[in-house]
Write a protein that binds this ligand. Sequence first.
Ligand code: NFS
Ligand code: SF4
Length: 629
Amino acid sequence: MNGEKKLTLFDERLKLQKPQCKFGILEICCRNCSMGPCRIIQTEKGSKKGVCGADEDTIVARNLLRKIAVGASAHSDHGRAVAETFIKVARKEAVGYEIKDEFKLIKLALELGIDINGKKIEEIAEKVGEICLFQFGQQEGQLIFTKRAPLKRQKIWAELGITPRGIDREVVEALHRTHMGTDQDYYNLMKQAQRCALSDGWGGSMIATDLQDILFGTPEPILGRVNFGVLNQDYVNIIVHGHEPLLSEMIVVAAEDPELINLAKQKGAKGINIGGICCTANEVLMRHGIPIIGNFLNQEMAITTGAVELMVVDVQCIMASLPEISSCFHTKIITTSEKAKIPGAIHVQFTEETALEKAKEIVKMAIENFENRKKEDVVIPETQMDLVGGFSYESIYYILGGRFRASYRPLNDNIINGKIRGIAGVVGCNNPKVAHDQIHLKLVSKLIENDVLVLQTGCSAIACAKAGFMDSVKGLDYAGKGLREVCEAVGIPPVIHMGSCVDNSRILMAATCVVKEGGLGDDISELPAAGCAPEWMSEKALSIGQYLVSSGLFIVFGVTWPTFGSKNLTKYLFEEIEKEVGGKWAFEDDPDKIADLMLKHIDEKRKKLGIDKARERVLYDMAMRRELE
Ligand code: NFS
Ligand code: SF4
């Protein structure tokens, strides 16, 4: 390290921000027009209205809707990029990419009503890509993938008038409604928030997941490793960070190029080692078993190991601090998206037409940087952990039912008989306001100990992988007896890695599959299931949370909650919304209490389904058995 420069990492920068603005925390400030900025001052004499007359309900709801629109945009613009690439691949305009999962392509084509008779794979793919791309600009009707939801759910959306029409349309309308002097009714604003979020979950994100699976392969269980120990002292270390696998997939291909491997050897390295951070890590783990270095709050620390030749990033969740930190080391930071540049980074513009060529160029830059590594500065923590990743909702069919009678039946049966108490989705980010990963770990360990099968995505999945919950042997030690028995029988860990944050669409589909399998009600809202993002920070998390709530689920958020400045809106989201959509929000920051809230919800749903007694019997049997033993 260059001794002169003082490095600040996220925790020190957070300290320097304190005390953080209370108006901001409560979301009771508005900067939507230049009569402001306005604040609602909650003291006797303070101002209760903005200059235009907007009160705290309007201001807080508008702020929330804007955040949800941004989150939905991030996922959906990712989905659009995948659809555009997909079409170019079908037209053979994108070098290096190919259609990997023809079976899923055909299945999707049939679902979209495409006549596949006598058509070549490329022709079918082009049509599929075009229909998906059209979803973004569609003006009327309903997004095509919302038809995948249980019928009862579609009816609820239709009656409330929140069925999403076109993805871009919902985002634009969200922004329009939050313009000064437009929609000022918090309830009405939340309707648009729901429609906008649904256009993410059942639209942009689902398109991203499905088309990525067809292009790069639908994940199947795969072994991987996680934590800083996967960086290798003797190799050229390249980190892929960000979100869209369009880039990272090509870096993976380039790193296997014999010429480049030879070049690395000529430079004194044993080879090329790739590791991932954030959702890109999840994408390349799910499909290639590429090791994960860490999650969101590990990104700066990864550079400080001094062992990273190059970090290549695309979009979202990339800290602006990376170039400055890397300037104390030899690490090169490469941005690749026209949409995301960072001062101080080197920009290599990535396009589908030249993807492989650019990927090779980037890998070569890393190799050539190997000799600049200061060996005496390298500190690689040894910690690493094994994990099983790669669970798509399709692969769950096969794992549970076997190749020849693929089905969710065994899962439903084990929920009904009480060995599995329920299902939890634990997802989302890290937030430096709480101890890194700790809330995820405490929450998930309590859930699995209580026989709840945990489905995961995003940075939360990486947190739990680091702790060993996804190791199919070690993970079982944390599980309750009923859950353990089922996991052992099918050979899965009690915590299931379903991918990146856009892959929360896989959780929607898994929940839908459970409903359609039968025996657990007719809608997602009837399932003994709940979700949580205990360390969230991103606007994407709010969009995800809202589409899960609007799909019928109970969702708990930790760290902070963005509507406490409005009693009415908070009451609506925490209570009243449940009567309309069957799902609702809650806030709780203590992991023990979050687990209790989720378990209580799961047990209430079991009771309503009339399967609470079954579980009591299982527990009673176990207690009796233990006594006999
Ligand atoms: Ni999700 Fe992925 Fe992580 Fe949060 Fe960011 S990487 S899209 S937003 S921080 S889980
Ligand atoms: Fe103030 Fe209203 Fe303008 Fe917001 S829209 S800044 S509350 S005047």
